[in-house]
Design a protein around this ligand. Structure first.
Ligand SMILES: [Fe+2]
Ligand SMILES: [Fe+2]
Length: 304
C-alpha cells in the first residue's frame, strides 16, 4: 500500500521547519517572484508601464499563485485525503495508508497556512494589497469533468482530482528556491512546500495504481477518459485574476483582452499542460489506461 516518508514526524515541514519570516533587510534588491514566470510582463502593452505598475503586477501574480495554493490544498486535496483517511473509498485500505493520508492532510493544511502567512507579510512590506481571489471557476471546471465522465462516482472523481494535482510536476516551482533574484522568504516557503510534495507524489502514484487495479472494466473506461481532463483542469491557468490585475494597474478594458490573447495563446497553454502533466499522463499510460480507444480520443481532443 501507499506510503508517506517513514520519518514524517522528523522530516515534514510542519514538524521541523521554522515559521518563514520576511525581513526587509534580507530582501533588499530582490523581487517577490521571478519576473520570467509572468508572461504578461513581457507584453509591449505592459513593458511601457511605470515601475510601480510593473511591481504591482508582479506582486499580484505572486499573490494569485499563493492564494491558488491555499484553496487547492484545503478545498480539493484535503477533501480527497480525508476520504482516504476515513476509509470512505471503494478499496481495502490498510491502517498505514489511512494514517499516512492524515499526514498529508496536515502537510497540506500547513502549506495553506504558510502561503497565506507569507502573502500577508509581503502585502504589508510592499504596501500592495492583494486583489480578491476567486477559486470557483477552477472548482466548477473540476466538477464539470466529474459530472461528464463519472456522474455516479462522486468520491472516486474527487480522489482522481487529487491524484492529478499531486502528480503533475510544475518545473518552475522547483526552480524558485534556487533563484537568487527572489525574496528569501518566498524561496524558503516554496522549498518547504516542494520537499513535502515529493513524498505526496510517490504516495499518489501508488494510490492511483491501487485504485486502477480495483476498477471494473466499464469504470476503467470512464476513469481513463476523465484523467486527461483532470490534468487539463488542474494545469490550465485561470485568466480571470490576470485580467483583474491588468485592470488594477490602470490598463483599459479595451486593451486587456488583447494582452491576454497574445500572452496566453491556446498552443502555449496546451504545451504547458502537456509538459507539466507528463508524469501523470505517463502514470495513466503505465497502467494501460490509454490503450483504450475512448481515452485516446479524449487525449486527442485536448491536444495532449
Ligand atoms: Fe501542498
Ligand atoms: Fe501535496
Amino acid at each position: 500500500m501507499s506510503r508517506v516518508a517513514e520519518d514524517w514526524y522528523d522530516s515534514a515541514s510542519v514538524r521541523t521547519r521554522p515559521r518563514r519570516m520576511l525581513d526587509e533587510d534580507r530582501e533588499a534588491g530582490l523581487l517577490v517572484f521571478p519576473e520570467h514566470l509572468v508572461p504578461h510582463l513581457r507584453h509591449e502593452g505592459v513593458t511601457g508601464l511605470g515601475t510601480d505598475a510593473r511591481r504591482a503586477l508582479l506582486a499580484q501574480h505572486f499573490y494569485q499563485y499563493m492564494y491558488f495554493t491555499t484553496h487547492l490544498e484545503t478545498r480539493v486535496v484535503n477533501r480527497g485525503t480525508s476520504l482516504i483517511a476515513h476509509g470512505q473509498v471503494d478499496l481495502t485500505l490498510d491502517a498505514r495508508t489511512r494514517l499516512d493520508a492524515f499526514k498529508i492532510y496536515c502537510d497540506e493544511g500547513y502549506h495553506a497556512l504558510f502561503s497565506l502567512d507569507v502573502v500577508q507579510q509581503v502585502e504589508k512590506s510592499l504596501g500592495i494589497p492583494a486583489l480578491p481571489f476567486d477559486f470557483e471557476p477552477r472548482l466548477a471546471r473540476l466538477e464539470r469533468t466529474a459530472a461528464t465522465f463519472l456522474p455516479d462516482h462522486g468520491s472516486l472523481a474527487q480522489l482522481l482530482q487529487v491524484v492529478a494535482f499531486e502528480t503533475v510536476v510544475t518545473r518552475f516551482l522547483a526552480q524558485i528556491p534556487r533563484d537568487p533574484t527572489v525574496f528569501r522568504v518566498v524561496r524558503e516557503a516554496v522549498d518547504d512546500h516542494v520537499k513535502d510534495e515529493i513524498h505526496h507524489h510517490a504516495y499518489f502514484v501508488k494510490f492511483f495504481k491501487e485504485i486502477w487495479a480495483s476498477l471494473s472494466p466499464a469504470l476503467r473506461v470512464q476513469v481513463a477518459c476523465a484523467m486527461p481532463h483532470f490534468v487539463n483542469d488542474c494545469l490550465r491557468p485561470d485568466l480571470g485574476p490576470v485580467h483583474s490585475a491588468l485592470l488594477s494597474v490602470g490598463l483599459s478594458p479595451e486593451l486587456t483582452p488583447a494582452i491576454l490573447e497574445d500572452c496566453y495563446r491556446e498552443e502555449v497553454l496546451t504545451a504547458t499542460v502537456r509538459e507539466s502533466g507528463r508524469h501523470t499522463l505517463r502514470l495513466c499510460e503505465s497502467v494501460g489506461a490509454f490503450d483504450l480507444p475512448q481515452a485516446r480520443e479524449q487525449l486527442d481532443l485536448l491536444g495532449l
